[in-house]
Ligand binder design. Structure first.
Ligand code: NAD
Length: 348
């Protein structure tokens, strides 16, 4: 495995392999681009099948963060961390503190936060060894769980997609399929149900399914069925790489708008969706709510200001949809072009 020759290497500025024998920490930090500012991106704790998978994930995720920050008009670059292991069994305070020490060595070039498998409590452990961490709990001076803002942004993104495709202003009476009943998925479902949507959902984790069905009136389908479900909107809120030739030909949705990062297996799958008349909300625009919120973190944190900033996701998506239509391009391609234009030069 050589980093520079993997298909997902995209001129990343720095890739750091972190190993701490004492705690058993094995992690990778990837810094994609810092032209607009320090690289901010969450830390994923995941049981990868092998190291290649972990490297692929961190390269793709960190790249996505550069595009996400640019489209949210933030003075930030893109980075990401992955810790290899099962968050339910292998996560220890000592490992997180050791991960913080590696971040500290980067001297502010990389700032971490939550991602799949990590929580605000975990950020408090990382904070013991570095200041370069956001997404801390409100009680400790942070801005709280970012997934609440991501959920809100995804809800707005679904509304923007409905507006563009059908001229609709509400989700009332629509069928929305949600893949993944985690932090973002649950927050999103709550908003959609409150507004009268019908929810079909799935999760690979039995406990998450039980929690969701206890709290909400929704229909559960097996994990292998959720992408094929007949629905108005499909909201992927689990993991990435889910839309490729075989899954796309079995889709029965009109819109794809969800939180998962890197939903398209590769960029050409955006065009495949366009050909089928499925409107795709570019993932790094629709899921930027959490990132936007943590950039407001600090002693003068004002939640209303953060929400006002997250609200802009709605208009940004409408602009991208119009641009893509005008240029007869897939939405992901139109969006990549705008983002690249924004981060191509170093801010002086
Ligand atoms: P989470 O870990 O809380 O939830 C993910 C859920 O997806 C888990 O319950 C898991 O069991 C489930 N899952 C995994 N594979 C599945 C499959 N094949 N089918 C059905 N369910 C499956 O994570 P989260 O914080 O809710 O994030 C969800 C997604 O959104 C991730 O891709 C994440 O990178 C992305 N995202 C999250 C945030 C945030 O603020 N948390 C911000 C931007 C993007």
């Amino acid at each position: 495995m050589t980093t520079f020759s993997t298909v997902d290497f995209d001129n990343h500025e720095q890739v750091v392999f972190c190993s701490d024998a004492k705690t058993g920490l094995k992690a990778i930090i990837a810094i994609h681009n810092t032209n607009l500012g320090p690289a901010l991106g969450g830390c994923r704790f995941w049981a990868y099948n092998n190291e290649e998978e972990a490297l692929k994930d961190v390269l793709r995720l960190s790249r996505g963060m550069t595009y996400k920050a640019a489209m949210a008009n933030l003075k930030l670059g893109g980075g990401k961390g992955v810790i290899i292991g099962d968050a339910r069994k292998d996560k220890t305070p000592e490992k997180l503190i050791a991960f913080g020490q590696f971040i500290e060595r980067l001297n502010g070039l990389y700032i971490t936060a939550e991602d799949v498998g990590t929580t605000t409590e975990d950020m408090a452990y990382i904070r013991q060894s570095t200041n370069h961490v956001v997404g801390l709990a409100s009680a400790t001076g942070g801005s709280g769980d970012p997934s609440i803002f991501t959920g809100y942004g995804v809800y707005l993104g679904i509304k923007a997609s409905l507006k563009h495709k059908f001229g609709l202003d509400t989700v009332k009476g629509l069928r929305i399929a949600v893949q993944g009943l985690g932090h973002v998925g649950m927050n999103l479902i709550e908003r959609l149900i409150r507004e009268g949507a019908e929810i079909i959902a799935s999760d690979i984790n039995a406990e998450s399914v039980k929690r969701a069905t206890t709290q909400h009136d929704l229909k559960i389908v097996p994990p292998e069925s959720i992408l094929k479900t007949e629905c108005d909107v499909l909201a992927p809120c689990a993991l990435g790489g889910i839309f490729y030739d075989q899954t796309i030909e079995n889709l029965h949705c009109k819109i794809i708008a969800g939180a998962a990062n890197n939903q398209l297996f590769n960029p050409s799958h955006g065009e495949a969706l366009r050909q089928l008349g499925i409107l795709y909300a570019p993932d790094y625009v629709i899921n930027a709510g959490g990132l936007i919120n943590v950039t407001h973190e600090g002693p003068n944190y004002d939640q209303n200001e953060a929400i006002y900033h997250v609200d802009k996701i709605y208009l940004t998506l409408l602009e991208i949809f119009h641009l893509a239509d005008q240029q007869s391009l897939a939405t992901n391609i139109a969006c990549d072009r705008v983002a690249k234009q924004r981060f191509k030069n170093k801010l002086v």
